[in-house]
Design a protein around this ligand. Structure first.
Ligand code: AHR
Length: 356
């Protein structure tokens, strides 16, 4: 009996030794190499929070991509909408000696010091979705994300085409529900609207406030805008789907009708993200136009990490391609800076296949 136990113990040791070997991480800690070709790659990922459907879809995408089965050891941190929590998480990732840091920054400013600490620790930082504004761009390895400014321009170009198609050339009063102030998604979309005001002299901004990209704040902001100037508003420019949901809920409660017929008192709602719920509202006629902001970053980030692991160069800056949707079929293309962009009409079939 004793001899069998010794044998089992010996075999277990041999097996364990065959499956893993110790390797040294950047900070001198030891990590073990998994069975198979390569050791698991440790990634510290700092996510902003869970403020929107977009964000939840984005989190699901990165968690699925950086799975243990795929050979990654993901340390995921939810910053609950606070930059100070993101800074703390990054410092913890540095202390833990992760192999890579992946960051979706809540706002653009305030990252120089912490990114310098990561650089000095020899840890590559990959920034995605929103951007960082730093003095020295060698502080991060690369960025991949949306062209938020273009998204806003596409929305405004559609509105201009729509008004032309209806021969509406009177003053158009627009209320802007902005995203989190200082976030790339807010900066780009608000700037595009400001440019459109300069280009279309009869478009007027009648209200502007931040709804922080959430349904709850979208409701609050829409409520006070409707109290302040509800009967004047022709267009609501909601800088994401969740704020559009909140705005639509309050509009309904206060007896305002969303739709395309602004000459008969309807309020035309513009939104961003094109999440499944957002597109359902397009199909229902509550949102007139919805510009996509694609949250499915998992596979894209895996590609970047795998390239870096293989010692390859990666693009410093990558813009992802995005779509645009409406409930009407007769504006199939819009032009931005001389370039055509397709506007797809939402159908039940399209919605059934929507991934997020
Ligand atoms: O950074 C992407 C934006 O942030 C999305 O438009 C929005 O829904 C999210 O909260």
């Amino acid at each position: 009996m004793k001899r069998i136990s010794v044998f089992v113990l010996l075999m277990t040791c041999i097996l364990v030794a065959g499956c893993s070997k110790n390797i040294y991480k950047r900070n001198g800690d030891v990590r073990s190499e998994d069975n198979g070709n390569r050791s698991s790659v440790t990634i510290g990922l700092s996510q902003i929070g869970s403020e929107s459907d977009w964000r939840i879809a984005s989190t699901d995408s990165v968690k699925a991509a950086f799975s243990v089965e795929n050979g990654y050891d993901l340390i995921f941190d939810d910053a609950q909408q606070k930059q100070e929590n993101q800074l703390k998480a990054i410092r913890e990732f540095i202390d833990q000696g992760v192999d890579y840091i992946i960051l979706d920054p809540i706002v653009e400013s305030g990252w120089d010091s912490v990114l310098l600490e990561a650089k000095e620790a020899g840890i590559p930082v990959i920034v995605y979705d929103r951007r960082v504004e730093v003095d020295d761009d060698s502080l991060y390895t690369c960025w991949i994300g949306s062209d938020f400014h273009l998204e806003g321009k596409r929305a405004c170009a559609w509105l201009s085409e729509y008004l032309k198609s209806k021969s509406i050339d009177r003053e158009i009063k627009i209320a802007d529900i902005q995203g989190t102030l200082g976030a790339s998604a807010q900066i780009g979309r608000s700037e595009a609207l400001d440019e459109a005001f300069r280009q279309n002299r009869n478009w007027k901004l009648v209200a502007r406030d931040t709804g922080d990209f959430t349904t709850a704040k979208g409701k609050e902001v829409m409520n006070s805008m409707l109290k302040q100037c509800g009967d004047e508003i022709d267009v609501v420019y909601a800088e994401n789907d969740n704020m559009a949901y909140g705005a639509l809920e309050i509009m309904e409660q206060r007896g305002y009708k969303p739709g395309y017929d602004i000459d008969n008192g309807e309020i035309l709602v513009i939104s961003f993200d094109s999440s499944r719920n957002g597109l359902q509202m397009v199909l229902d006629g509550d949102i007139a136009v919805n510009v996509e902001c694609n949250p499915l970053y998992g596979p894209r980030l895996v590609e970047i990490i795998d390239a870096l692991e293989a010692g390859k160069e990666v693009e410093k800056e990558t813009f992802i391609d995005e779509e645009q949707f409406s409930g009407i079929g007769y504006i199939g293309t819009i032009q931005v800076d001389g370039k055509p962009y397709t506007v797809t009409q939402v159908t039940p079939e399209l919605l059934a296949e929507r991934q997020y």
